[in-house]
Write a protein that binds this ligand. Sequence first.
Ligand code: AMP
Ligand code: ZN
Length: 431
Amino acid sequence: MYWAKEIEEMSRDQLQALQLKKLREVMARAMRSDFYQRKFEQAGLTPDDIGSIGDVTKIPFTVKDDLRDNYPYGLLTVPHKDLVRMHASSGTTGRPTVIFHTIEDIRSWADLMARSLAAAGCTPEDVFQNMTTYGMFTGGLGLHYGAETLGMLIIPASAGNTDRQIKLMQDFKTTVIHATPSYALHIGDVMQAKGYDPHQFGIRIAVLGAEPYSASTAAKLDETFGFTAINSYGLSEMNGPGVAFECARREGMHIWEDAYIAEIIDPLTGQPLPDGEEGELVLTTLDRRAMPIIRYRTRDLTSFVDAPCSCGRTHRLLTRFKGRSDDMLIVSGVNIFPSQIEHILMEFPEVGTNYQIVLEREKALDRMIVKVELMPEAFTGDIKDLNNIRKRMGESMRSGLLVRPDVELLEPGTLPVAQGKAVRVIDNRKL
Ligand code: AMP
Ligand code: ZN
């Protein structure tokens, strides 16, 4: 099913002409912000310098730190009265990256989401159970408004409470779910442990995203539930979900090129890579009003599929994401940088010099273990003192990171001493 057939099947030439026109317009709008005015001035660049879509490479990159350094309002291009919503990237310690939207922005995002859901095979007949967190995280409200625009019946269940999720599925005959892939695996396990066959729920489609997962995980989920797992990619800086989405053919994720310019660059040199080669995805918002972002380095690693999709849509396909070109971790769908953990630990005077973050996957759920060496003075001989430190650390991390790790306190010299660059993260999760 097509949501916007003429756009989805537009010829490549028309699509590129549309992109060029929108790129010049978005540059002109972006220059109303202090940030882009400065950036373009330094580069000696105006929209008139962009004569073809290939000229996009003349524009300097925007990176996450630009958003942090200009927090909160430095990239705004409209007056405050025109703003209707803000969102933030998952993970909270330090300066979050916040994104603002006008009503037009919210509507075009919802429209892209509706287009994505329709391409995946969803229809107004479906009952849609949205099992990702509502709030500043974009997964909840992003899919919610898209599903509503498409006309599905939405159960805004939000994340967690698996027994209740299963009951909702039974009572309302859910046909489409949205979750992280690890949570979907977990639900399957819980259903089976309770003696259910997940097939009996009749779920047709599962929209799964927010973290990388392999084709074999998708296949395993398909087999467990009898649904079609649809890969959904997005990031808050580019709205959130609805940036790239698998259609029902699942030959890759269509990147909606009337709304975004996608480039793949070598993360080391910043140079564009030929189609088919794996590199870092760089994205430009073409429609954003409140806060346009131009040539944003996502740090996500992928490649363009070298062939068009058999569905007939002309928007190019991206391969499943391989990981990141920085050290960001995604734990239970939440973004965490190891430096955030270090920052929290170092606020405890009892902490020594060495720590390690271990990630495990247990019964399909992520578990983060933070191993910390304490100063010798911290070992008073009273177990209560240690329990107290562990509890305070756990709470600090829970409020700063949104994920509660298990804290293991160790004597000095227990953790291996690095020969070169310290190995702070050991990721034992396999997808
Ligand atoms: P956030 O800013 O909280 O929306 O997180 C966005 C990040 O989540 C992206 O930059 C990716 O690293 C990751 N992500 C989202 N969807 C997917 C997906 N389908 N596959 C792999 N990684 C994803
Ligand atoms: Zn397709």
